[in-house]
Structures are given as C-alpha cells and as structure tokens.
Design a protein around this ligand. Sequence first.
Ligand code: S3P
Length: 171
Amino acid sequence: MAKFFLIGYMGSGKSTVGEKLAAKLNYDFFDLDKLIESDYKQTIPEIFSTKGEKEFRAMEHNTLKRLLEKDNIVVACGGGTPCYYNNMELMNNNGVTVYIKMSVDSLVNRLINAKDKRPLIENKTEPELRIFVNRQLEKREDIYHQAQYTVKGKDLNINELALFVKEQVGV
Ligand code: S3P
C-alpha cells in the first residue's frame, strides 16, 4: 500500500506521468488541481480571480489532506503545492515523493503554449515567462529537492520509472 506524490514546476508533466504511472501500478490517479475544482465547484482561474492566491493555497491544503485518507494512489500535485503550509512534510510523512525535474528552457518551451488556465503566468510574454520561471524555480527548488526521489522529466521513461518505484517501495 502506498501513496505517490509527483511534484515539480508547472509544465513538467506531472499529470501525464502520474496517469501513466498509476495505470502501471494499478493505482488510482488524482490530479490535485482537478480535485480542488470539483471540491469547490470553481475552476482554478476562477478561484484565483474571485478569492485570490492565499485562499487557493488554503483550499489546496485541505484537498491534499483529504487525499491522505486514500491508499494505492498516485497524485499529481500543482506546481506550488509543496511550497505552502506543511504540505511537503505531510507528503513525505505519508507517502513517496517524486520530483520531476526539468530545465528552465524545457519548461518555458512547454509553458509558452499552455499559459491559459495557469493564472500565475497567463499574461506573460516569452521573455517575461523565462525570467519568472527562472526566479520562481530557484526559490521552489529548495523545497522540491526535499522529495525522496528526483527524476529527469525530459525523455522520462515511464516503464523504467514504474520498475524503479516498484523496486524501491516494494509495491
Ligand atoms: C500553480 C500550479 C498549477 C495550479 C495553480 C498554481 C503554481 O498547477 O496549481 O495554477 O503555483 O505553480 P500545475 O503545476 O498543474 O500547472
């Protein structure tokens, strides 16, 4: 029985990887952002614009805590999830944390066409986005590196990741 938490910056592929990993492990997959949206019946951009980021972080924390009651799950977190409240500690104490690491260049390339629905970056031009990602990743990586495992997100082989986690965790 295990809970896997995939963490990493916006655009690092947490949801895609998580869904595939869950299928390989025969676990249930949860996308934390989607769960927040269904819990609170508002989209992430709506929550940011009507309630603000502070409130969003409280909602994110509550939804994460609710997920801890489940087992045999793979959770794709939001990019900021580990950085607020004691979320990183909660995930490390209750499950296996995996940081999907990607370079700023790859992140910017992926995010430039995926800014909608991401309120923190939706209005940024490419140069602004690069500066923002660089700065924010530098700050967030201290926390991301508290994950128990770090894997390279670029060209990540899901079969290998699944085998690796099975060996490490014995699931
Ligand atoms: C955020 C990342 C988003 C979402 C929200 C805030 C962040 O999730 O939770 O827009 O602070 O990095 P993704 O990483 O799935 O884009």
